[in-house]
Design a protein around this ligand. Structure first.
Ligand code: PLP
Length: 386
């Protein structure tokens, strides 16, 4: 292979086409995608509305200038639609290419705005692979391997109120996933999230939520923070927002975002961030979620998974909405069940910090019949290899 590999055992499944919840191989293989390209294809692959928005934009312009210099209607229109879904404290959208870049930008504006340097993140977090985002990964092996990373980052246990005293008047920001994804789908208590919000308010610390995996309907709300009855100060998005195109964003109050404008000017710039074709796709994707009432169906579909996935070898099923995780005992089981499922037409996976659990995150468009078929394959795999 002449493309770089990021593991010693990549799947190497060739995909020729993707449509709806299915991936197709060159020899006519058909796979149900229960991973959604890692929480990207929330509305399924190649949704016709997204494809036609992309084609329309292709006929107008592609890249025209670096982010922020010209007025580009697809960016403005998507930002307007996005802000309309959010509480009024969110006033300004910075569009990026990826999740990690949204994390980088968020850390920068938090430090500038508060004039503080310390950032607190959670153990077992994942926020991306650039060096800033990697500094927030709550996993020693990655810190050791890529040291030195950013200084003045501290870690607390996720969902542990006792650790919140680490947040002080010196803390610029607390950065948390609304639900920890790569830790194996850890849903925090409502009381914990409220206590984090309260402690941040008491200390003048900005609360930054990473909704890169949880956003855009995945958990049964457009954004997972809605489950907790609190509002973060900065929201980071990517993956599902582009409808299959590369796009990320961080969203903040205008006074916080404006710190990058001067002293020095151009405090955070990007050539391709908010690409007009990605923004056209993102606008269409948000419309699909709203028009097809996909969020309203999430809970019922999640319940069907829960009801069907009953097996003595399953230790626990964690999750919220269609962000789910089947806890088994060991990695061999997870590896073999995933392999069996793929050979039988169902793509599932595991988690970076939790290799003993299966990742289930199908497109929100999955039907009851497809859920039944997928669960039958997974259960058979667990029967044989669990
Ligand atoms: C919670 C979370 N944050 C950030 C990122 C980084 O996003 P990207 O891969 O687009 O840089 C990811 C990617 O998996 C993620 O799951």
């Amino acid at each position: 292979m002449n493309t770089a590999q990021t593991s010693t055992s990549p799947r190497m499944v060739e995909i020729e086409k993707a449509e709806g919840i299915y991936l197709y191989g060159p020899q006519g293989q058909k796979y149900m995608d229960l991973v959604s390209g890692f929480n990207v294809s929330n509305i399924g692959h190649r949704h016709p509305k997204v494809i036609s928005a992309i084609k329309e934009q292709l006929d107008k312009y592609l890249h025209v200038t670096v982010y922020g210099e010209f007025v580009q209607a697809p960016q403005v229109q998507f930002a307007t639609d996005l802000l309309a879904t959010l509480p009024g404290s969110f006033e300004s959208v910075y569009l990026t290419n990826s999740g990690a870049e949204a994390v980088e930008g968020s850390m920068k504006i938090a430090k500038r705005y508060t004039g503080r340097r310390q950032i607190i993140a959670a153990r077992k977090a994942y926020h991306g692979s650039t060096q800033g985002a990697l500094s927030l990964i709550g996993n020693e092996a990655y810190h050791q391997a890529y040291a030195p990373l950013l200084p003045e980052i501290s870690f607390i246990d996720f969902n542990n109120q006792e650790h919140l005293s680490a947040i002080t008047e010196q803390t610029a920001a607390v950065i948390l996933e609304a639900i920890q994804g790569e830790a194996g789908v850890r849903v925090p208590d409502i009381a914990y999230m409220r206590a984090v919000r309260k402690r941040c308010d008491e200390t003048g610390t900005l609360l930054i939520f990473d909704e890169i995996q949880t956003g855009f309907g995945r958990t049964g709300k457009l954004f997972a923070f809605e489950h907790f009855g609190i509002v973060p100060d900065i929201l980071m998005l990517a993956k599902g927002i582009g409808g299959g195109m590369p796009l990320g964003a961080f969203v903040a109050p205008k006074r916080v975002m404006d710190v990058i404008k001067d002293n020095p000017m151009l405090g955070h710039i990007t050539t391709f961030g908010g690409h007009p074709v990605s923004c056209a796709a993102a606008k269409a994707s948000l419309e699909v979620i709203q028009e097809e009432q996909l969020i309203e169906q999430v809970e019922e579909k999640a319940q069907l998974f829960l009801q069907l996935l009953s097996h003595p070898k399953i230790k626990e099923i964690r999750g919220l909405g269609l962000m789910m995780c089947i806890q088994l005992d060991n990695f061999d089981q997870v590896y073999n069940v995933s392999k069996y499922a793929a050979e039988n037409g169902v793509m599932i996976d595991w988690y970076l910090h939790c290799e003993t659990a299966l990742r289930i995150a199908p497109p929100l468009t999955i039907t009851s019949e497809q859920i039944e078929n997928a669960c039958a394959v997974i259960l058979k795999g667990i029967d044989i290899y669990g």
